[in-house]
Structures are given as structure tokens and as C-alpha cells.
Ligand binder design. Structure first.
Ligand SMILES: [Zn+2]
Length: 284
């Protein structure tokens, strides 16, 4: 089965090295390529964390990326127009397939009118806007900005924009489900649920059954498997574990859609020999 990883991160720093190790991996493109090839993973979408000024980031060719609104220096509403001009340049780069927002970390509501220049561009260039929704990795972040319910107002106000609710808004699956059911311009990526390598998968499922049952229950309630995208949040989780976990929560009849077709459709991926893993040479 062909697999597209609709949500991962790439970065060369000690933190990424450490979390990759905990997941049983190594934080480098060669190891990632090997792992992809071994598991039928053909393409990935990087959620960007680089400065916006870097309009031609050097990512491996088997990757696309969503340009991130600089999550490290913070969100600056005074310079949105200048930022939007840079976002436009990213959108003109064929490797850029969307925009990524980090509201919980940067303290803003995604329905704020000041974001209009970004949404206008997203609509014009037909690029989805992926948003980190749900729990955050750092305790400096504020959950009121990343609660999935805030996506309702953004999706209603900016109907022409395709939103991607990252992480299914975990652990607020019930609220996320209501937002998804109401708003046809919202899809979900299923990344960010697992961290590190899981030593005993059966024991993990048993221990976390409350959480997993609820997640599965809301997936069944929605019965919209054309709106869920597989993603690993690499280097946070072990890729093999993530595939196994996703197969656990998605009925087999929908695997082709969730593991590849939905991401290809939503992010308008033009997959060729050139930008898939098959042609990627480890030592090029
Ligand atoms: Zn992520």
C-alpha cells in the first residue's frame, strides 16, 4: 500500500535528535528515506518551522512543505502584510503545498481578521491552511488558542479556505467532531497522537483504551473517512508504530484513502518519479 505522511517536521538540532532517538530513529534525511522506503511511504509533507524569509528551503525532493508562520519568534500582527508577501513567494514555489499556523504557541485566534491577508492568498493559490489544534508540546503555550472549537469560526468566516485540523484536536475529539461535521472545509490529520517507540503495542492499546475508544468512536460517528489524513509527526514517533496505530483506528476499507489518497487530493500533490521516494538516492 502506498503511504503519504501528511505531517512531519525536519530540523537539525539537539531536541530533534533526542526525540528521534526516543522514537527508535535517527534525525537525518538518509535514515528517514530508508525508513520510508522500507514501509511503502512515498512522500511526506513537512510542517515548516523555518524563518519565513527562507523562501527556498532545502528539503529533500521526496518532501513537500507547508510554510510555517514563524513559530519561534512569535506571531507579529503588525507585520502581517510583509509576512503575506513572503507567503506568496512560498506559494509560488512548487514544493510549497500549504500554510501552517501555530496559534497555541503564538497566542492568537485563527479567526482574527488580521489574518485575512494569509487566508486571501491561501484561497487564491488553493493552498490548505494546517493548524496545530489540541494539546501543545510546551507548557508556555495556551490551550484556549489551540482548542479545536476555534476552528469553527475561522472555517465559517473564511469558507473558501481549506483548513486542516492537525492532531484531530486531541484530546477534544467530541468538540473536534462537531466542528468537522458542521464545516465542509475542514479535514483532519491524525498525527501527533503517539510519541517515542512503543515497546509493547498490545499493552499500549490496553492501557490507553479509554482515549483510543473515544477517538475511534468519534471517527465512526463522523463516518467521513475521506476527510482524515495519515501523519506521523516525525521525529516524534516511531513510523512503524504509527502505521500500526492508524490501522487500528481506521477500518481496512478506508486505508487507501486515509494513508494516501486524501492527502494527495487535499494538498494537490503532483506526485512524479522525481518527488517520490523511489527515485531518491541516499547519497546524492
Ligand atoms: Zn507537528
Amino acid at each position: 500500500m502506498k503511504i503519504i505522511d501528511a505531517h512531519l517536521h525536519m530540523g537539525a538540532d539537539a531536541y530533534f535528535d533526542e526525540i528521534a532517538k526516543a522514537a527508535g530513529h535517527e534525525n537525518n534525511a538518509e535514515h528517514l528515506a530508508e525508513q520510508y522506503r522500507a514501509r511503502g511511504m512515498v512522500h511526506g509533507i513537512i510542517m515548516g518551522n523555518l524563518p519565513l524569509e527562507n523562501t527556498a528551503p532545502q528539503y529533500p525532493r521526496f518532501m513537500s512543505y507547508c510554510v510555517g508562520i514563524d513559530s519561534r519568534t512569535g506571531f507579529d500582527r503588525e507585520t502581517i502584510k510583509a509576512q503575506a508577501a513572503l507567503v506568496r513567494r512560498h506559494f509560488q514555489n512548487p514544493q510549497c503545498v500549504g500554510l501552517k499556523l501555530y496559534p497555541g504557541y503564538n497566542y492568537f485566534y485563527i479567526y482574527d481578521d488580521c489574518l485575512e491577508p494569509f487566508y486571501e492568498l491561501a484561497e487564491k493559490y488553493d493552498k490548505p491552511v494546517a493548524v496545530h489544534m489540541g494539546l501543545t508540546a510546551s507548557n508556555d503555550a495556551l490551550l484556549k488558542y489551540s482548542h479545536p472549537l476555534v476552528m469553527d469560526e475561522a472555517a465559517t468566516k473564511f469558507r473558501g479556505v481549506q483548513f486542516v485540523m492537525c492532531h484531530f484536536g486531541e484530546p477534544w475529539f467530541e468538540d473536534a467532531a462537531a466542528v468537522i461535521e458542521k464545516n465542509p472545509n475542514v479535514v483532519v490529520d491524525l498525527s501527533g497522537i503517539l510519541t517515542a517507540k512503543i515497546p509493547d503495542f498490545a499493552a499500549f492499546l490496553q492501557k490507553k483504551h479509554f482515549y483510543i475508544d473515544r477517538m475511534k468512536g468519534w471517527l465512526e460517528y463522523l463516518d467521513s473517512y475521506d476527510r482524515f489524513l495519515f501523519g506521523t509527526d516525525w521525529p516524534l514517533a516511531n513510523l512503524g508504530d504509527y502505521i500500526k496505530f492508524t490501522k487500528e483506528i481506521i477500518p481496512a476499507g478506508h486505508w487507501e484513502a486515509v494513508f494516501a489518497a486524501n492527502a494527495q487530493r487535499v494538498y494537490h500533490l503532483q506526485l512524479t518519479e522525481e518527488n517520490t521516494i523511489n527515485r531518491y538516492q541516499v547519497k546524492e
